[in-house]
Design a protein around this ligand. Structure first.
Ligand code: MN
Length: 727
């Protein structure tokens, strides 16, 4: 049994003398066999490393599963053991932890600018799923840093940089200060050895002086505490080198000006004692104004709790004091790791609100924390389910919405890349453009300068609004000329259909309010808008028509109407209506609808064979028929209306309207006819001396019912008192 393993057992028993070590033992035996024959660069057998990692975890009082996973953490990566075997031998939990660490190991990292480093940290968290994976990974990194001296120089710098940029900040975010400090100091040593050893020397020179001084304070405080009956553990606090270095650099201070070089920490058993001993210290020494901080009543977002004060010690040298309970101290040292304890049910039942504080510290990374509760309950990182982190071929990380595709990726780089994309590779393999990207994928966009631009289908595939907007933009811009032209055509056609001319309708002052309503500034934009369906050409023209009519005097309006009717009727002349009457027994004969009664389909009709003029058709109720005024030679013949659903024939019907004369009446009547979509063929109006207006209207109708309806509507107009169909 190696010494490291004995040490591990001791560490676990320190926290819990009765701890069940069987799981850890089993992990150790398997890992030892798996790594048999492997050695580290230092010459040690490989098993020393995973057990040392487990020791770091045990020092943080991590749970048994995490420690076992720590011992096994390199088995999937470096030995013949696979996920399935670990799952079978141990549990899904342990296999998942080891698998998670293995995945993190595979993330390639070369130093990047700060923004990129932040994305890497996020990706670590996103890929970890269970936060214990990060904790194991940090312990792994710590041991590798401790043994970095065996590696070649180049590797040292590379590893140290990665540690400083990724791992130490991660440890900081997770409140794991003990690991963070050590990682920072070790990185500092390999990245800037001159400054590091300079500082070590400077501090060493002062060491004796400092230690004596601190010892004197410790004794004074200790005596006073005993006197007051407060039990306190008092220690001199070694400030870690990197933070002194940073302070000196940032604040341009010499080592003499760094107060917390002289620092003590008081650990007491209750919050009450924290304040009691603070009072005691403030009595013994003069506090420096503005340097007292109460992180007990106002904990830091990462749950850090302590009282801080700076005091003027003997000989006028300032020193710092930190006061906290043992539990606060544990959290200050191990941070989020405090949530897993070797023995379940110990002090692990912190209330939920307290646990949530941990998440507030993650707020930097994630705004939406509504899953926070469940997150802590499941000991899972569930914070990034709506994000996915992928690599560019150069190793930059892109942060996209979950479910994103290569199209989203391409447009997140540049719209020109997206617009010229013809395909994509993920991890070196060609994929479909709707391929769903996963964390850690390396995505390469294949572009071609001869690409015709994005396909409209991409709008359905893309998940990010950024990509969709850019595709839409492309369409708007690229197709603009086409759209303007098409819109112009639509507008012209609509004007032609209206029966008016562009000269009459297109006036800047009428268009202006319409364009303003749609935030359109130029005629080209207006046309493009019509082509894209943002606004309807028909509606614009109808609005212009209205404006035009309003601009006319009543006389002009009437004139216009008559002109319009004339034009329409001329147009109609080409469509000579067929009679629509079927003459029994005769297929092809000349049929004439009589002018005396103007029969329309639906009317009861009778037919007479006339000499030389074919069949003359009258309404059955025609007065000429009733009064036998038809030519005596004429012979009655059976006729009926031809019934067709596919083919309607128009007939002319004349009506006479009598009303009290008033202005605007004619317009009202023609409006009603217009709304009913009945073509008005002729109009003739006059007003008698008795102020009775008589109007004769000729309407083109397709069925008698249609005529009945329009007669009804006209008769409901105010001042119309008689309306009749001409016989
Ligand atoms: Mn390792």
């Amino acid at each position: 049994m190696i010494d490291e393993y004995k040490h591990l057992q001791e560490l676990i028993r320190q926290h819990d003398p009765n701890a069940d070590l069987s799981l850890v033992e089993k992990a150790y035996r398997l890992s030892k066999v798996a790594h048999e024959g492997q050695t580290r660069v230092s010459g040690d057998p490989y098993i020393v490393h995973p057990v040392a990692v487990a020791c770091i975890l045990a020092e943080m009082d991590m749970d048994a599963a995490t420690i076992a996973a720590g011992i096994l953490h390199d088995t999937i990566e470096d030995t013949f053991y696979e996920y399935a075997q670990l799952k079978e031998t141990f549990s899904e939990e342990i296999a998942d932890l080891v698998d998670g660490v293995t995945k993190l190991t595979k993330i390639p990292y070369t130093s990047k600018q700060e923004e990129q480093a932040e994305n890497f940290r996020k990706m670590f968290l996103a890929m970890a799923k269970d936060i214990r994976v990060i904790i194991i990974k940090l312990a792994d990194r710590l041991h590798n840093m401790r043994t970095l001296k065996f590696k070649p120089k180049e590797k040292q710098v590379e590893t140290a940089r990665e540690t400083q940029e990724i791992y130490a900040p991660l440890a900081h975010r997770l409140g794991m200060h003990r690991i963070k400090w050590e990682l920072e100091d070790l990185s500092f040593r390999y990245l800037d050895d001159k400054s590091y050893y300079d500082l070590v020397e400077k501090i060493a020179k002062k060491r004796r002086e400092r230690e004596e001084y601190i010892q004197r304070i410790i004794e004074e405080v200790h005596d006073k505490a005993v006197e007051m009956g407060i039990e306190a553990q008092i220690e001199g606090r070694a400030k870690h080198l990197y933070s002194i270095h940073q302070k000196m650099e940032k604040q341009q201070k010499s080592i003499e000006q760094i107060y917390d070089l002289f620092a003590i920490r008081l650990i007491v058993s209750s919050v009450k004692d924290c304040y009691a001993i603070l009072g005691l210290v403030h009595e013994l020494y003069k506090p420096m104004p503005g340097r007292f901080k109460d992180y007990i009543s106002m904990p830091k977002p990462n749950m850090y709790q302590s009282l801080h004060s700076t005091l003027i010690g003997p000989e006028g040298i300032p020193f710092e004091v930190q006061i906290r309970t043992a539990e606060m101290h544990h959290i200050a040292e191990v941070g989020i790791a405090a949530h897993w304890q070797y023995k379940q049910g110990g002090k692990g039942d912190q209330d939920v609100a307290e646990k949530l504080n941990w998440l507030r510290q993650l707020v930097d990374w994630q705004k939406d924390t509504h899953d926070a509760d469940q997150f802590m309950e499941n000991l899972k990182i569930d914070l990034f389910t709506d994000e996915v982190f992928v690599f560019t071929p150069k190793g930059d990380v892109k942060n996209l919405k979950a479910g994103s595709t290569p199209i989203d990726f391409a447009y997140s780089i540049h719209s020109a890349i997206g617009n010229r994309m013809i395909g994509a590779k993920v991890n070196g393999r060609i994929v479909n453009l709707d391929f769903e990207l996963k964390n850690g994928d390396i995505v390469e966009v294949i572009t071609s300068s001869s690409s015709n631009g994005p396909s409209r289908d991409w709008l359905k595939i893309a998940k990010t609004s950024q990509a969709k907007n850019k595709i839409n933009q492309w369409y708007k811009k690229e197709k603009r000329d086409e759209n303007v032209e098409h819109g112009h055509d639509l507008f012209d056609k609509e004007i032609k259909k209206s029966g008016y001319t562009a000269q009459q309708l297109v006036k800047a002052e009428w268009l202006e309010p319409i364009m303003r309503k749609f935030s359109i500034h130029t005629m080209d934009d207006l046309y493009a808008g019509m082509a894209l369906g943002a606004l309807s050409a028909a509606k614009v023209v109808s609005k212009l028509k209205e404006e035009y009519r309003h601009s006319l005097t009543p006389e002009e309006q009437t004139h216009l109407l008559l002109e319009h009717i004339e034009k329409e009727s001329k147009k109609k002349k080409k469509i000579v209506p067929e009679s629509g009457v079927v003459v029994k027994g005769i297929d092809n004969c000349l049929v004439r609808l009589s002018r005396c009664c103007n029969p329309v389909p639906g009317d009861d009709i009778v037919g007479y064979i006339t000499r030389g003029r074919g069949v003359s058709v009258h309404r059955a109720d025609c007065s000429n028929v009733k009064n036998n005024l038809i030519d005596g030679d004429a012979r009655l013949i059976d006729v009926s209306w031809y019934k067709s659903t596919t083919h309607t024939v128009a007939y002319l019907a004349e009506i006479t309207i009598k009303s009290h004369d008033r202005s605007g009446l004619l317009i009202e009547i023609t409006n009603v006819i217009g709304e009913s979509r009945i073509p008005l063929r002729a109009i003739n109006a006059r007003t008698g001396k008795d102020l009775v207006a008589i109007m004769h209207l000729t309407l083109e109708i397709t069925h008698a019912e249609q005529l009945d309806r329009i007669i009804n509507r006209i008769s409901s107009i105010r001042d119309v008192y008689e309306i009749s169909r001409n016989r």
